[in-house]
Ligand binder design. Structure first.
Ligand SMILES: NC(=O)c1ccc[n+]([C@@H]2O[C@H](COP(=O)([O-])OP(=O)(O)OC[C@H]3O[C@@H](n4cnc5c(N)ncnc54)[C@H](OP(=O)(O)O)[C@@H]3O)[C@@H](O)[C@H]2O)c1
Length: 322
């Protein structure tokens, strides 16, 4: 288990160690938005102290809606791509984050990077497709976070592209174990911790393949479709425990997973032509939505699967030359 430093305070962007003498905090846009209306408010007490307390209370109420300060998060598959962007987004909003991946060197390097950015991130080597490793991951999380977990991001997923008749039994098992079984079981293992936290949020990384047919993705699409339904079921089953459940469903996002398929210029052109925004997505365009779904600001949203796809899943027939 590896651990890094210091979590940033709400409203501040820490680009250096905040305890160093040369540290210069910068206000972020949230802070500016929070403080403006309060400063211009007409309600004033005679006592300056009461005014100060009121200002502090209002700014607290508002800033907490857009902060993950004091919260704990587990993000699976955080060393690359979408998972890495999620670790940084959620960590940047103040959460303590634990992540996992299979490659020790890559994890070590990422932990060093996060430490230098001032994020409070720890990590475990864990293959989430293996039951015993999931169990030990959750034991680590439980002991690190004092049996309380606010946020579970089920991000790990993989793909094997081929016509469905060509899948071997082993490939079917691998894809089901990595994309669905692991996610289902991690939710089971995390449930007591999410419940104890008093305010839990589960976010799944689904895919547009769970909504529409994509070539050579019958099995991957089926696992994501299953995740979509699990998202809805957990929203209802766990609402009594104040645990929300939502999913994000990306189309092509530039990550190592899709590097190879997107290396063909012709294929890439087809992707652009099917995407109303005419480009690929960036991992940070997914992580921002994931973070929003974990914030108190989204407290009435549960059971939703939101596409992050440049409009791909709603594209109808828009011929360019007519
Ligand atoms: N990129 C896209 O276009 C796209 C589109 C739709 C949906 N998605 C979904 O988004 C999620 C993330 O995809 P990505 O593109 O960011 O993938 P990626 O670039 O391949 O990154 C995957 C991350 O998960 C880790 N990982 C993979 N298998 C693991 C396992 N069995 N146990 C533990 N960690 C594992 C990897 O580290 P190690 O390899 O070291 O373990 C890495 O940190 C997936 O669920 C994927 O289906 C992606």
């Amino acid at each position: 288990m590896k651990q890094a430093l210091i979590s940033p305070s709400p409203g501040l962007i820490h680009t250096q160690n905040p305890f160093s003498s040369s540290f210069k905090p910068q206000l972020n846009t949230h802070s500016i938005l929070f403080f403006k209306p309060i400063a211009s408010s007409s309600l004033q007490y005679r006592s300056p102290i009461l005014n100060q307390i009121r200002t502090m209370a209002l700014s607290n109420i508002k800033s907490n809606r857009w902060s993950l300060q004091g919260m704990t998060a587990l993000v699976t598959g955080g060393t690359r791509g979408i998972g890495r962007a999620i670790v940084e987004e959620v960590g940047g909003l103040g959460a303590r984050v634990h992540t996992c991946s299979r490659n020790e060197n890559e994890l070590d390097k990422a932990l060093v990077d996060w430490k230098s950015l001032g994020f409070e991130v720890s990590g475990s080597i864990c293959d989430v497709s293996i039951a015993a490793q999931r169990q030990s991951l959750m034991e680590t999380v439980s002991s690190l976070f004092d049996c309380k977990l606010n946020i579970l991001i089920n991000n790990v997923g993989t793909n094997i592209r081929k016509p469905m008749v060509d899948f071997t039994a082993e490939e079917v098992s691998t894809l089901l174990a990595t994309n669905f079984e692991s996610v289902f079981n991690l939710c089971q293992l995390a449930y007591p911790l999410l419940k104890t936290s008093g305010s839990g949020s589960v976010v799944f990384t689904s895919s547009v393949s769970g909504f529409v047919s994509l070539k050579s993705m019958s099995l991957q699409g089926a696992t994501k479709g299953a995740i979509n339904q699990l998202t809805r079921n957990l929203a209802c089953e766990w609402a009594k425990d104040n645990i929300r459940s939502n999913a994000v469903a990306p189309w092509y996002i530039r990550t190592s997973m899709v590097e190879q398929v997107l290396s063909s210029k012709e294929y890439l052109e087809e992707v652009y032509s099917r995407t109303p925004l005419g480009r690929l997505g960036d991992p940070t365009e997914v992580s921002s939505l994931v973070a929003f779904l974990c914030l108190p600001a989204s407290s009435y949203i549960t059971g939703q699967i939101i596409c992050v796809d440049g409009g791909m899943s709603v594209n109808g027939f828009y011929p360019t030359n007519y």
